[in-house]
Ligand binder design. Structure first.
Ligand code: SAH
Length: 382
C-alpha cells in the first residue's frame, strides 16, 4: 500500500525519503507544499527535482477523500460533507459557521460500536476504524474549500460518526497533525474530543500532555438508565468513567463538559434532573443539554420546552452550570450519521448513480431538513 502523506508524521515521511536514498529535508518541503500552500499535485511542487516528483507520483499518495455530496443549510450556517472512502464506505463531516468560528465536526469510524438509542451512526454497529489520513483529510479538504472563500477552519470537534477512543491511535495521530504548526497548525484549545466513556482511552488521553478538550456523552444520571440509552455503557461502571474524567480535569487543568441528549419521557424528568444535580453538585463542569434531533425510523421524541426549562431550573438550583442553545427550526435538524444513511437509502432506491459534481452544494428535496444542526448547539456550548 502507498504511504499517505495526510496520514504521516514528518518523521515518518522523512524516514520514507531516506529509505529511498533521498534527503530527509524533502519531507519538510512536501509538508510546506501540502499544508501551507495547499498544493495537492506532486507535479506542481516545483522546488523538488523532477525525479523526486516522479517517484512520489508512483509511490506516495496524498490521501484525499472523494467528495460525494455537499448539503448546505438554507441559512448557510451548516454544511454537511459526505465522503466516499477507498473501499466505498461513506462517512460524513459537518462544517458549522457561527460568528467567526468555523468548526468541523469529524468522523472517527465508519459506524459506531456505542449504538446509542437516539443516534443514526451506530445503527449498523461498528464497520471499521478510519485511518489517520481519512480523519485528517476531512479537515484538510474542508479547510481548502473554505480558503476559496477567504476563510479557514478554526475549531474541531470529534463528534461525527464513531467513538474516537475505540480508534485511539489514529484519532490521536490526527489530533497531533491538527496541532502541529507544520501541518494544520490549530490551537489545542480549539479541539474537542467527545467520548461515550472508554475508560482506558480517557486515561491514555490524560497522559498525552495535551491541552485538548474532552467531553463525555453522559445522557443519564445513573448506570441503569444509561445502559438502556447506550448499550455500550455496559462495558464500564459510570462511577469509573466519572473518576477518569475528574482525573483528566485535575491533571490537564481543562474543564469538563457533559453532553446530555434529552429524550422525552426517558431521561428528561424531574427525577433524572435531581439525580444529575446530585451527581455533579460542586464539581467543576458544564452540562450541555441537547434536545433530541429526530432520526428517521426512531420512535423517540424531543421533550417539550417546558420540560427542558424545568430540567434546567433543577440544575440551576444545585448550581450545576448548564447550557441548552437552540434556535428556531432546529426541531427538524439532521443529526449524526443521517446523511450517510440517506445516501445509502438513496442508493438502494435508485441504483448507484453519482449524485453531484464535486464541491457543488446541492439542495436535498426534503425542504428544511437541515436547518440547524445539533452540532451548532454543541459547538456554542464549548
Ligand atoms: N461517540 C462519541 C462521539 C460521537 S456522538 C460520543 O458518544 O460522544 C457525539 C454527540 O452527538 C453525542 O453526545 C450526542 O449527544 C449527539 N447526538 C447524536 N445523535 C443525536 C441526536 N439524534 N440528537 C441529539 N444529539 C445527538
Amino acid at each position: 500500500m502507498k504511504l499517505k502523506i495526510l496520514g504521516s508524521s514528518l518523521e515518518q515521511l522523512r524516514d520514507w525519503f531516506v529509505s529511498k536514498g533521498k534527503k530527509h529535508f524533502i519531507a519538510s518541503q512536501v509538508f510546506e507544499w501540502v499544508f501551507k500552500k495547499g498544493e495537492t499535485e506532486f507535479s506542481k511542487m516545483t522546488n523538488l527535482s523532477l525525479e523526486v516528483r516522479a517517484q512520489m507520483a508512483q509511490e506516495l499518495e496524498l490521501g484525499l477523500l472523494e467528495l460525494v455530496r455537499v448539503q448546505e443549510s438554507n441559512d448557510k450556517e451548516t454544511t454537511k460533507f459526505l465522503w466516499k472512502l477507498a473501499d466505498d464506505r461513506l462517512v460524513e463531516s459537518v462544517l458549522i459557521r457561527s460568528g467567526d468560528r468555523r468548526t468541523v465536526c469529524v468522523s472517527s469510524q465508519v459506524g459506531c460500536p456505542a449504538r446509542c438509542a437516539f443516534c443514526a451512526s451506530g445503527r449498523e454497529g461498528l464497520i471499521r476504524n478510519l485511518e489517520t489520513h481519512e480523519i485528517l483529510a476531512q479537515v484538510y479538504q474542508i479547510d481548502q474549500w473554505l480558503k476559496k472563500e477567504g476563510e479557514e477552519v478554526s475549531h474541531i470537534v470529534y463528534m461525527g460518526m464513531g467513538e474516537p477512543f475505540r480508534n485511539y491511535d489514529n484519532v490521536l495521530a490526527s489530533v497531533r497533525a491538527l496541532i502541529n504548526p507544520l501541518m494544520m497548525g490549530l490551537s489545542q484549545r480549539r479541539i474537542t474530543v467527545s467520548t461515550v466513556g472508554v475508560v482506558e482511552g480517557i486515561h491514555r488521553f490524560t497522559e498525552e500532555g495535551l491541552k485538548v478538550n474532552l467531553v463525555l456523552s453522559l445522557h443519564a444520571p445513573n448506570q441503569k438508565l444509561r445502559q438502556k440509552i447506550i448499550p455500550y455503557a455496559r462495558e464500564y461502571a459510570l462511577e469509573t468513567i466519572l473518576d477518569a474524567m475528574w482525573h483528566f480535569a485535575e491533571v490537564t487543568g481543562r474543564d469538563i463538559t457533559f453532553e446530555y441528549t434529552l429524550l422525552k419521557g426517558i431521561n428528561d424528568g424531574e427525577e433524572q434532573a435531581k439525580e444529575l444535580a446530585l451527581l455533579l453538585k460542586n464539581k467543576q463542569c458544564t452540562v450541555n443539554l441537547i434536545p433530541y434531533n429526530p432520526v428517521e425510523g426512531l420512535r423517540l421524541e424531543r421533550p417539550a420546552t417546558q420540560a427542558i426549562t424545568l430540567f434546567r431550573e433543577i440544575l440551576d438550583k444545585a448550581k450545576v452550570i448548564n447550557t441548552c442553545r437552540y434556535t428556531k427550526g432546529d426541531d427538524i435538524a439532521a443529526a449524526c450519521g443521517q446523511l450517510a444513511m440517506q445516501e445509502l437509502n438513496l442508493k438502494t432506491a435508485v441504483g448507484d448513480a453519482e449524485s453531484t459534481q464535486p464541491f457543488e452544494p446541492v439542495s436535498l428535496a426534503i425542504e428544511g431538513a437541515f436547518t440547524v444542526s445539533r452540532l451548532k448547539i454543541l459547538q456554542d456550548a464549548i
